[in-house]
Design a protein around this ligand. Structure first.
Ligand code: ATP
Ligand code: ZN
Length: 225
């Protein structure tokens, strides 16, 4: 078992957020020796343990109180919260701050060669996505009903593969959409990485360490602006 007196921070093991997350912690003065295959890394100079996991697991680890802090995309966080709420739970966490990396948008994209005539034309259509709750929240506000095709990867090939009419996926440059013959027609959510803390009691020592890290992060982010 990990030592509960040490601050536990969860970050993405490998992916779009991992380099920036690692850099941020290093710039805060945390000396960590990340060994590629290891799930847990121990800071040498502060009472901090770093857990390196799939980004999708991070919101749940914080909400369930398994880790103290998480660095995760708002898109993944919000989807997990909506998913738990749909199951009748009341997920709790504290958002400490938005970060200055991991920027992307969740957008609906349609095949280039099919005419798109506004959101109304999505009525009754099948939409492939990894984010069914964020999509439902957006479209239900517009009174549009749709069918989902839930995919955790390769969302952009779904229309060509005959699995869906359109997609709702993360976009940054748009190159992936373009390469798959899709055009972005509607942004439904703007995301960045963020720092979240678990709800509930935390020792004074841990809270003091979190406060110190927050001050340092503020300095790091400001210096980059
Ligand atoms: P994991 O193996 O940890 O589950 P993943 O493949 O689900 O990784 P990544 O592609 O590494 O996830 O993306 C992680 C996060 O990076 C996204 O949830 C999002 O917040 C952010 N992000 C920034 N730009 C993009 C982009 N163009 N496409 C996808 N995600 C992006
Ligand atoms: Zn993931």
């Amino acid at each position: 078992m990990l030592d509960k007196s040490r601050l536990r921070i969860a970050m993405q093991k490998s992916g779009r957020l991992s380099d920036e997350s690692k850099k941020l912690l290093a710039q805060c003065g945390i000396k960590i020796n990340l060994q590629e295959q290891r799930l847990v890394a121990f800071a040498e100079n502060m009472p901090i343990d770093i857990l390196r996991v799939r980004d999708d697991d991070i919101p749940g680890l914080v909400i369930d109180g398994v880790v103290d802090i998480g660095i995760v995309g708002e898109n993944v966080l919000e989807e997990e919260v909506l998913d738990r709420q749909a199951e009748g739970q009341n997920p709790q966490y504290k958002k400490l701050r938005r970060l200055d990396f991991g920027g992307c948008r969740l957008s609906i994209a349609a095949p280039r060669d099919e005419k798109y005539e506004g959101l109304q034309s999505l009525e009754g259509k099948r939409i492939a996505t990894t984010y069914p709750h964020l999509l439902r929240r957006y479209l239900s506000e517009k009174n549009i009903s749709f069918k989902t095709c839930l995919l955790n990867g390769s969302v952009e090939v779904a229309p060509r593969a005959g699995l869906s009419d359109v997609i709702c996926d993360l976009v940054s440059s748009g190159a992936t959409l373009e390469a798959n013959g899709l055009v972005e027609v509607q942004t439904i959510y703007q995301s960045k990485a963020c720092l979240i803390q678990r709800e509930g009691d935390i020792s004074a020592e841990k809270q003091a360490l979190i406060d110190k890290l927050m001050t340092r992060i503020q300095g790091v982010v400001q210096a980059r602006e």
